[in-house]
Design a protein around this ligand. Structure first.
Ligand code: HSE
Length: 433
């Protein structure tokens, strides 16, 4: 490695352009912290003629990311292309195989191929920096992987998707429907034209899988993440949550249990008193429960060019200083196999909303099914309406004491079979915080 650390950037979108601009504009400040100059010596992007508002001077352009990745002109390959397959995957593999360190913001690539990439990085003696892949500018990977080294981490959870947090916050504050809030998020550029990856929880699942591996020293297992998106959340749920003292957030939660690691991304009720319940708008937050430091919560910008570039450059500076960590905190050969805890075994409180036909015996029938499944109720509220007792369906809101998810499923099967409710039951898990 030369005295100057030479980096090559593949992908000059919002984040890539911010990385290049900050490295150029703040070169002296970053050099002081890195102990050496950091120079962008190669770039690769689809359109070389596009005006990105930065002077790339005589930096060498590459047409092929894999060619840049293994070029002798660079020491570190910055992968900002995205996606779990090629060209990002083959370019990262080429960089590692040719002994170049990698820094990436690509959560999908590592969530899908992380075990294989970590093993190759160990074999090649190179680092894979991916702070920018999880919660943008918030230093969560550094925290779970390094700062928390003295702790046995029991749980890591967070608001990992700014788009969903924006939509839920706006629904709560403006009383608007999910569809209207999604349209506003798209108008503001937070949500993509195809918002599936955000609203159905896939983006959060990628981030959670990486957090869980780094926090627990286990292999990454994206396929073990249980997923529910936010499109089923209604104003009825938000109003009920508010009255009961909760907020609804799309949370990613990874927790050690007796039967393995439970990973879930679901709409979740948090007590309003929890620090994370107050994180609104597009912000992200991550909380870590450790046996030495207790619970810590980090919050901030989970996306955006400069915030994400800040995380990318932090990783580059670590490489410049030779502060190299194994990808998931321990060498890939020492990662424990990922044992999946089934959602049926999830234990906790539940919010349940049923549209119950207002007729004799309906309420009693539901309570009986709950009791037969061994579920103890903390509260049950029936909202009346005009013409009560005429058989119309009225919302009933139930909060349970801690119970097993298999009990909830058993009770729902009985309640649906009895025909006392209209539509499907709504169920939202309650997270202790
Ligand atoms: N689309 C993500 C979000 C940012 O809304 O938080 C990139 O992962």
């Amino acid at each position: 490695m030369s005295d100057v650390l030479r980096v090559g950037i593949a992908g000059l979108g919002t984040v890539g352009a911010s990385v290049a601009r900050i490295l150029i504009d703040s070169a002296d400040l970053i050099a002081e912290r890195a102990g050496r100059q950091i120079a962008v010596t190669g770039v690769c992007a689809r359109d070389a003629s596009k005006d990105r508002g930065i002077d790339l001077g005589d930096i060498t352009w590459f047409d092929d990311p894999a060619a840049l990745a293994q070029s002798n002109a660079i020491d570190v390959f910055i992968e900002l292309i995205g996606g779990d397959g090629d060209p990002a995957k083959s370019a990262v593999q080429a960089a590692v195989a040719s002994g170049r360190h990698v820094v990436t913001a690509n959560k999908a690539l590592l969530a899908v191929n992380g075990n294989e990439i970590a093993a190759a990085a160990d074999a090649g003696g190179v680092a894979i920096g991916y702070e920018a892949a999880v919660a943008g500018g918030i230093p969560v990977i550094k925290t779970v992987r390094e700062a928390a080294s003295a702790n046995r981490i029991a749980r890591v959870y967070g608001i990992l998707n700014g788009t969903c947090n924006y939509i839920l916050t706006r629904m709560e504050e403006h009383g608007e429907s999910f569809e209207d809030c999604l349209a506003e998020a798209q108008r503001l550029g937070y949500a993509e034209a195809d918002p599936t990856a955000d609203i159905e929880g896939h983006d959060s699942a990628h981030k959670l899988a990486l957090l869980a591996a780094a926090a627990f020293g286990v292999e990454v297992s994206l396929e073990s993440v249980y997923l529910e998106g936010i499109s089923s959340i209604t104003q009825d749920d938000l109003r009920a949550a508010d009255e009961l003292g909760y907020r609804i957030k799309l949370l990613g939660v990874a927790v050690r249990t007796d039967s393995g690691i439970e990973q879930r991304v679901t709409p979740t009720m948090l007590p309003k008193s929890a620090a994370m319940a107050r994180i609104g708008g597009v912000l992200n937050a991550v909380a870590i429960d450790g046996d030495a430091f207790g619970e810590i919560t980090l919050a901030g910008a989970g996306a955006g060019g400069d915030a994400t570039a800040s995380a990318v450059i932090g990783d580059i500076v670590d490489i410049a200083r030779a502060r190299l960590s194994p990808v998931f905190g321990v060498p890939a050969s020492k990662l424990k196999p990922h044992t999946r805890a089934r959602m049926r075994a999830h234990a906790g409180g539940y919010y349940i909303r049923l549209n119950v036909f207002d007729r004799p015996g309906a309420f009693a029938g539901i309570a009986t099914r709950m009791a037969e499944a061994g579920i103890s109720l903390e509260s049950i509220v029936q909202k009346g309406g005009e013409g009560e007792g005429n058989g119309r369906a009225l919302p009933v809101t139930i909060i349970t004491h801690d119970t097993l998810e298999q009990n909830i499923r058993e009770a729902f099967a009985g309640i649906e079979a009895d025909g006392h409710i209209e539509g499907r039951p709504q169920m939202i898990r309650i997270e202790k915080a």
